[in-house]
Write a new protein. Sequence first.
Length: 217
Amino acid sequence: MQARRAARELAFILFSQFDKKITNYSKDDLENIILKSVRILTSNASDDLKVAVGSLIDFKNRVDDYEAEHEVNLNRPIGAANVAVPLTSDLTKRIDEMIDIADKALMALEIAEFTTLESQSDVKDYAIKIAEFFQKYHSEVDEIISKYSKGWDIERLVKMDKDILRISIVELLYIKDAPMKVVVDEALELAKKYSTDDSSAFINGILAKVIVDNGLK
């Protein structure tokens, strides 16, 4: 995982932890929330991996039972090769779920590692930079989101979508040191991972308008 990608995901988790007006947080507050966020990530990753291991054990038992109880297998000569086990849609779905859980857990652990290593302190620093820029320009950023949301009340938007847009708009309009395509692509990845099925299209539409109207390239 690249450092900036880890920083964006950490910033998203940081935003999710805010429980008071954004301008009321000091830099020390932000650092403490990041530490709390990393602990949440590692704890969730550990829980997810335990679920994945349990699912793998269950899957193995089901495969063993299928082989032992299949009528073809029951009638085969002793010593014959094992009967083939078909990948049914149910088993395929379970495999996909386990892969998804493992991927998310591994990403969480990578973010935690990036954040705690001294040589990778830029991850924490960039996440805090995003938060501090949003503190400074939060009114303008939320006005931009409201402007392009076509009648949606910003207070009624899914908070995860709103936070992803806040992070991306801050990067695009105020920090301005990351490629536009990277900012948009990673916003969509966050939406796919954390928000609803319709979120990616909504976020992409808003960011496209921000890019066009501000002449970004």
